[in-house]
Design a protein around this ligand. Sequence first.
Ligand SMILES: Cc1cc2nc3c(=O)[nH]c(=O)nc-3n(C[C@H](O)[C@H](O)[C@H](O)COP(=O)(O)OP(=O)(O)OC[C@H]3O[C@@H](n4cnc5c(N)ncnc54)[C@H](O)[C@@H]3O)c2cc1C
Length: 433
Amino acid sequence: MDAQDTQLRSGSSARIVPEHTDVVVVGGGMVGALTALAMARCDLQVTVVEKSAASAFDVNDHDLRVSAISHATLQMLKAVGAWQDMQSVRVCPYKRMLVWDDASSAETWFDSTNIGHQQLGFIVENSLIQTALWQQLALLSNVALRCPASVVDLSLDQDMASLTLDNGDVLSAELIVAADGSNSTVRALAGIAVDGERYDQHALVATVKTKLPQQDITWQRFTSTGPQAFLPLVGNRASMVWYHSEQRVSELKALSDAEFIEAMESEFPERLGGVEAVERRGSFPLQWSHAQQYVVPRFALVGDAAHAVHPLAGQGVNLGMLDAAALVQCVIDGVSDGRAIGDMRVLRRYERWRKPGNALMIKMLDGIQRAFQPDHRSPMQAGSLKVLRTAALHLANDITPVNTFCIRSAMGLSGELPELAMGRLPSTLSNPG
Ligand SMILES: Cc1cc2nc3c(=O)[nH]c(=O)nc-3n(C[C@H](O)[C@H](O)[C@H](O)COP(=O)(O)OP(=O)(O)OC[C@H]3O[C@@H](n4cnc5c(N)ncnc54)[C@H](O)[C@@H]3O)c2cc1C
């Protein structure tokens, strides 16, 4: 967000940030912004510290980064009042997902009608999600926006937390939430260790104009060089993700548009139709990471600051949004029970709620990535893996309870859901629900 723009939209050019606030959220990405907005909608005083002065969403442009947002994330965006603005700009619903293994041609269909829903989710540009959340934040008098600003120091104790910004300002709060991404500075300042590993794979992402009209399917194919994904966007556009070795991704990035289209058309499945033009290209290194603790006194991690997953199933932001919703729920329930906002009993409930499920998702996605990894194995191992993969894809396609379980998990409908994920704010004393 642009600092001046933010101040104008917040209706005050001389906003004074309170020295003390209930919650400081560091990182105003999608997860941080949702956390802050939900806390503020529940009447808490919130300050957001965001280091990048990103430009406002340009409707004539298309963001390279898009996310497949789940039903649960959709409910949260509705509950905090950000969805309507996003929908009025552009969001692309998808009803079906097709996953197949190139080595065996075994395939699995996931269809939202199997569980009585209109769609599995929506593909939305990341900058549109962030802008819609920031626009709502800027309307609230109990929110202070510090952007661009970043954190250089942190102090935590049982009674209070404080942090120092790069301009020397000190903010104190009952609770500090780190939502500053997978290389979180505040997580390091809090002394929280992280497990993780870089994948031997990068993601090449491109926005392309397609010859076929808009589809309602996301496609995912596993090939011997890595997965390939094709996500529909509004109009005849799509976002393609091509996972490959770092070297191949650099080569693909260096091709001219015409050469890139030729490479895509020869290596992507024919059934996707042709590509008319490439609008944007970029690449991302991939990793998994998991913080050893999500909470310490007066401090909590959410989103990629807590965990990063392989993006092959499009779950990263959705997991982060569920973290945000669970944390807000724990804090609001704690306050209703007379506890302090940053009380360790409140924060431990949040950690118990989210950490095991996130750990399982990291392991599952890591396992899928390895099962379909380019083969450096003996022919016998590769053959056994192929049999297993084929069996798994048939199981997920043919056995209805397995198919619906997978759909419900991807839509964020399984497990204990926070109220936000059901489309409502947690009840507070002024909003009894
Ligand atoms: C190729 C690819 C495709 C993906 N596709 C999907 C998908 O389809 N669906 C999905 O759910 N997920 C997807 N993901 C994952 C998703 O993008 C991430 O999980 C998500 O962006 C994490 O959001 P976040 O808000 O936690 O962190 P980030 O998006 O990293 O945001 C962190 C914010 O903190 C700010 N910040 C950083 N340091 C500081 C500091 N010191 N002080 C102040 N501010 C700071 C940054 O400027 C940024 O705004 C994908 C990832 C990749 C790589």
